[in-house]
Ligand binder design. Structure first.
Ligand code: KG4
Ligand code: ZN
Length: 374
């Protein structure tokens, strides 16, 4: 008999509720984003986020149940994000999940939001463990090896800003709304179209701005994005003596993307070589080629996806990048993580405490300045 898991996501500014069947069929996947609520503040305000989750979560659960025609007693488990994230919001989704589990006597599964991002690739594609992952979101930039469900080895992390944060902060400096990542992508796309129409080599602008590629000369897999952000600020400030024109914003956005791709190519090249050597024995038992998975909101970026596709091919690896809609925060990834855990009998008690910090690799060395982004 099929099993169905309800998943609830509320760790940042999106309330997500989904129901997934154990064969990976997404029966319902609803999202309510708080874009409007946070707009005037240029970032997510934790208190406002928690209240908005409270306003939306019941309605979304009801709508998802109606959409599938299932009743709570047809479900096999309730999965909810229990961290890491903004704790007020996490509590809202977690308590809603626990209440349903208690009232209907269903198992409760406490999901690590980051693990859910990493496992999304197994919902959309057949990916065997172990695999290499690049997790890039608003709060995290990490290179990890998914060894098994609940078992991750962190091989690289950011020493300062997360990649999504670098996108968002730079976009803000350029006068773009939050979250800035998609706006930066659009500007860079417009720049390429303009170059094509006018027979300009897009690389000319990369040379002109000469942005740094932080840490690429260091023989490790760690990232740093704050220097790049500062270099962008210097260019923007120079322009701002007048007003930044659309053409200049497009050029800057393109150069910014190219610098990030330079960093990612460098660090991921090292990571791919490391992964294939360290896990050679396990990889022999898999059908080739070994996989690299993109996860987190920034994985929606078209330029990053294209560059990583090329890089993976040059290392004889397969790039698995879930559809854009499943890269940013959503309920389906939580429900799927719930299914993966339920299959292994990994259920949690109703007194599971929400965790503002919940590293995927608790044994990884601490990085000064990285905070929760490590
Ligand atoms: O995973 P996510 O939805 O939320 C968490 O941070 O957990 O990621 C949100 C981040 C934001 O920083 C946003 O600007 C970035 O993902 N993002 C993008 C794109 N779409 C979303 N960054 C670059 N290009 C995009 N197309
Ligand atoms: Zn996320």
């Amino acid at each position: 008999m099929s099993k169905y898991v309800l998943g609830i996501e509320s760790s940042c500014d999106d309330t997500g509720v989904a129901i997934i069947r154990d064969d990976g069929t997404i029966m319902a996947n609803l999202i309510s984003s708080q874009f409007e609520e946070h707009l005037e503040f240029g970032g997510v305000v934790p208190e406002i986020a928690a209240r908005a989750h409270l306003d939306h979560v019941d309605r979304l659960i009801k709508a998802a149940m109606q959409q599938t025609g299932l009743t709570f007693s047809n479900l096999s488990a309730i999965a909810a994000t229990c961290g890491p994230g903004l704790i007020g919001g996490v509590m809202v989704g977690m308590m809603a999940g626990k209440a349903i589990a208690a009232a209907h006597d269903l198992p409760f599964i406490a999901v690590n939001h980051l693990e859910a991002h990493l496992l999304t690739a197994r919902l959309t594609n057949e990916v065997a463990l172990p695999y290499l992952c690049l997790l890039v979101s608003g709060g995290h930039s990490q290179l990890l090896i998914a060894e098994d469900i609940s078992s991750y080895k962190r091989i690289g992390t950011t020493l300062d800003d997360a990649l999504g944060e670098a996108f968002d902060k730079t976009a803000k400096m350029m006068g773009l709304p939050y979250p800035g990542g998609p706006y930066m992508q659009k500007l860079a796309e417009d720049y390429i179209s303009r170059c094509a129409a006018n027979n300009i080599d897009p690389q000319d602008i990369v040379k002109k701005y000469n942005l740094p590629h932080p840490l690429t000369r260091h023989d490790n897999m760690d990232f740093s994005f704050s220097g790049l952000k500062t270099a962008m600020r210097t260019h923007i400030d120079k322009i701002k003596t007048d007003e930044i024109s659309i053409a200049q914003a497009e050029e800057l956005a393109y150069a910014f993307h190219q610098a990030i791709i330079g960093v990612l190519n460098n660090k991921l090249s090292r990571a791919m070589t490391y992964f294939k050597a360290e896990y050679a024995t396990q990889l022999e038992t898999q059908a080739p080629p070994p996989a690299i998975v993109l996860a987190g909101g920034v994985a929606a970026n078209r330029f990053i996806r294209e560059a990583m596709q090329e890089l993976a091919a040059s290392h004889n690896m397969a790039l698995i990048a879930p559809p854009v809609k499943l890269c940013s925060d959503n309920g389906a990834m939580i429900a799927w993580a719930g299914i993966e855990r339920l299959r292994r009998g990994m259920v949690d008690s109703l007194d599971f405490a929400a965790r503002p910090r919940w590293p995927l690799d608790p044994n990884a060395e601490k990085r000064i300045g990285a905070g929760v982004k490590a």
